[in-house]
Design a protein around this ligand. Sequence first.
Ligand code: SR1
Ligand code: MG
Length: 410
Amino acid sequence: MSNLSYHALGEAEAIQYARNIPGLFAENAQLICKEIGDGNLNLVFRIIDNGTSGKSVIIKQALPYARVVGESWPLTLDRARIETEALMIQNNICPGSVPKVYHFSKELALTVMEDLSAHLIMRKGLIKRNRYPEFAKHMGTFLARTLILTSDLTLDPQDKKQKVVQFINPEMCKITEDLVFTDPYYDAKTNQFNPLIKEVIEEIWGHGELKLEVAKLKEKFLTQAQALIHGDLHTGSIMVTETETKVFDPEFAFYGPMGFDIGAVIANLLLNFCSHEGHTLDQKEKNQYQDYLLSTIEEIWTVFEEQFRTLWQEKANESYSSLQGYKEDYIVRVLHDSLGFAGCKMMRRVIGLAHVPDLESIDDPKLRAKGERLALAIGQQLVLKRGTAQKIADLTTLVKYIKYKEVEED
Ligand code: SR1
Ligand code: MG
């Protein structure tokens, strides 16, 4: 296996590859394979032993280009290494929160990992208005542990800088710099949007104050090596059951601002919130589900903050960590960043390349526009007002107010 040079696998070869990994399947395993990748970038094979064991694994292989666009958009294969090493660190820090890694090939840019087929992609569950009672606790814990325990607050500064080098990820960061922070704010070729909301988007392109705040958030993303972040923590990168939560797909991982991960989770819950303006026409049902999403956001932050404070108390070594007022100031800055990045991430999914199925699955363009307008209104206010928030309820109060102005007052 080690002398294979890079080429994209087909289903038959993926079976052969899995068969040759020592100890993965029994010799008499009856393996079948299906390529199930529906993301923007990679090949994903599910390999199942159709015989007695019923065991299954995932082989994820990076393509040398972005699948969503094609070969005209070349992309680093090193993202497979980044993803694998990030999964291993996250599993050490927060055991059981990510799929187990069984095997990695640098040459083929592929990772063999645990199959989570008993779990559902969280985004799909939210579109169906499912509720996940353990999710907020799991996600708040994942965020607190993975962020503080990879930061200068708890690591030796020399070790931390080694990790910054290990996770240098310029090509994947460039995608985010362009698609999240730059392209949505001018008439870029990559943008794709519902023509019915063009007038709102043109207002955004002309909104100097908003663009100045987005520029500050982009600068933070470019320069703040605060913690090892997942880098693309949307609800399509989370799999859930009633009792379990698994975070996967950290190919965008790098040392960046903590609020970028927290903001991604918040943004995607809020995009789902907006999508129910189109999906859920029964007012009572819609309001109840939207309230559930807002209370989930509050609980994620509350758990995050509690655990972050506890870990700070127990593990922070940085010499200023016990300085009066430092922890309070740090946490409120993470809150501001989370709101700002959430706002950018909401706007990019409406204006730019790569939308979210929550909104895209609303067939009627007029109904979809209703959800998209709400997302753009919330996104803008999160960016503009982030600095005024002192607690997570300030975010949920703001969202309720914007919904009232945008949807209910009409
Ligand atoms: C070309 S990649 C488009 C998007 O897909 C990923 O999930 C990231 O969010 C990226 O921005
Ligand atoms: Mg992804």
